[in-house]
Design a protein around this ligand. Structure first.
Ligand code: SF4
Ligand code: SF4
Length: 436
């Protein structure tokens, strides 16, 4: 039985924030989950009411509350649409940490987060073995999206279509060296992120090429760890803090002006979640705040800190590709970045840009939400797939590798002819490297 007295004391930390909710219900109209289920416990208002109930001793079911809190994409749509400016994401994450402190981590999460994710070398080995085994346990599903589907894996992953793990993760590429140009004042650290490193190394290579083209001094610290979002989403503050510390240590000896990432979720995590979730006045929080202020999404960095090259620096297009763009929730809703990726797309020489309907609606990924609630995730995704198809494009672009996984899955039907790519890949292909 959970210690209810201790729980109430801990929940007092977020009482002021909970009290801001006026129960107006404006979050209902934008919550992708509530739109599917119509269940009050799925929307922010219902989740906040449950936390209030625990705090006021109206009921004593922290387990049920935790389960309902976890049924959330952490997309931030409720926060953006809240007239009372309730910081729902901060409340949800802090409440998950508090409830986990009372109830403990499950064995599976402990194994995955504390024994695997927090030890990058071990995690790397585990994923490497997965890359070898996947040929036996999965088979190609869709050539255009590059997805596979389960063979022996079907009992565990159902009908999912997934992008296979890369045979060589980016950090093991022999050609990686710090890309020191010595011609430009800008010194930039590249935070790779797990998905780009292990599934989409070509995106990381595009970042390296682009920085070289723009004569940006790019540093790629070794020993980078996960940005910590899977840990904090599971309520595991200990693993989260450990990962932030490993990352801040890996940057500590470097002299740099900015950190760039090509992953919307990593950018959101470093800029917002690191300073928000670390204990007040701790040395680590102070370090994290400094790093957060220097962190940029790659398209934001290129547009605001580097500038676009003249059209003469772009390659002559061989063919024009019609593209649309999906706004990752963590980039647009949480960080207000949506114009910059579009500016990069429009600057790219071989594309015709077509805006899709509801480009900023959630794709349904939501990290571990997709693993736990695949049916709901797929239902949310099917609306996104409809909008992508209606845009009449040959490629859907985005700025988040997690969204790319979901988009590839929802588009992987037998007749699909729409590719999924990162904005930065298109921009990289447009640059005329012979003119450097
Ligand atoms: S929109 Fe904001 S104030 Fe209104 S019910 Fe939702 S969280 Fe509460
Ligand atoms: S974060 Fe997204 S899924 Fe979660 S309650 Fe808010 S709108 Fe709904």
């Amino acid at each position: 039985m959970a210690d209810m007295q201790k729980l109430v004391i801990l929940l007092k930390q977020i009482e002021d924030q909970l009290n801001r909710c006026t129960r107006c219900g404006m979050c209902q109209i934008v919550c992708p989950l509530y739109i599917q289920t119509g269940m009050e416990s799925d929307v922010a208002r219902g989740k906040l009411a449950l936390l209030d109930g625990l705090l006021d001793n109206c009921f004593d079911d922290p387990y049920g509350t935790f389960r309902r809190l976890n049924r959330c994409l952490l997309c931030g749509a409720c926060q953006v649409n809240c007239p009372s400016r309730v910081n729902t994401l901060e409340i949800f994450l802090k409440a998950r940490v508090i409830l986990t402190e009372i109830m403990g981590l499950s064995f599976g999460k402990r194994l995955l987060l504390r024994c695997m994710l927090s030890q990058p070398a071990l995690f790397d080995k585990f994923v490497w073995w997965g890359s070898k085994l996947q040929k036996i346990i999965a088979r190609p599903a869709n050539k255009v999206t590059g997805t596979s589907c389960g063979r022996l894996l079907s009992p565990f992953i159902g009908s999912r279509h997934f992008i296979p793990i890369a045979q060589v993760p980016f950090h093991r590429h022999s050609q990686i060296s710090n890309n020191r140009q010595k011609k430009n004042d800008l010194k930039v650290v590249f935070f790779i992120g797990c998905l780009i490193d292990k599934i989409f190394p070509k995106i990381a290579q595009a970042v390296v090429n682009i920085c070289k083209f723009h004569k940006v001094d790019l540093l790629i610290p070794k020993n980078q760890a996960c940005c910590g979002i899977p840990a904090i989403a599971a309520g595991d503050l200990k693993t989260f803090s450990n990962l932030v510390e490993q990352n801040t240590d890996s940057f500590a000896s470097l002299d740099f002006d900015y950190i760039v990432t090509a992953c919307a979720t990593c950018t959101f995590s470093i800029k917002k979640i690191w300073p928000m979730m670390l204990p007040a006045n701790s040395a680590l929080k102070k370090k994290a705040e400094k790093i957060a202020a220097k962190t940029f999404d790659i398209s934001e960095f290129l547009i605001h800190k580097v500038g676009l090259p003249p059209s003469s620096a772009m390659s002559v297009p061989k063919a024009v590709e019609s593209v649309t763009y999906h706004d990752p929730c963590h980039l647009k809703k949480s960080l207000g970045i949506w114009q910059e990726p579009r500016a990069l797309i429009k600057a790219s020489s071989q594309v015709k840009f077509l805006e899709m309907t509801e480009a900023d609606s959630c794709c349904g990924m939501g990290g571990s939400f997709n693993l736990q609630y695949y049916d709901l995730s797929a239902k949310i995704g099917s609306k996104k797939a409809e909008n992508i198809r209606a845009a009449d494009c040959s490629t859907v672009l985005t700025s988040c590798p997690a969204c790319m996984l979901q988009l590839a899955d929802i588009l992987s039907t037998p007749k699909n002819n729409i590719k999924v790519r990162h904005v930065i890949e298109i921009y990289n292909n447009s640059l005329n490297f012979h003119n450097e």
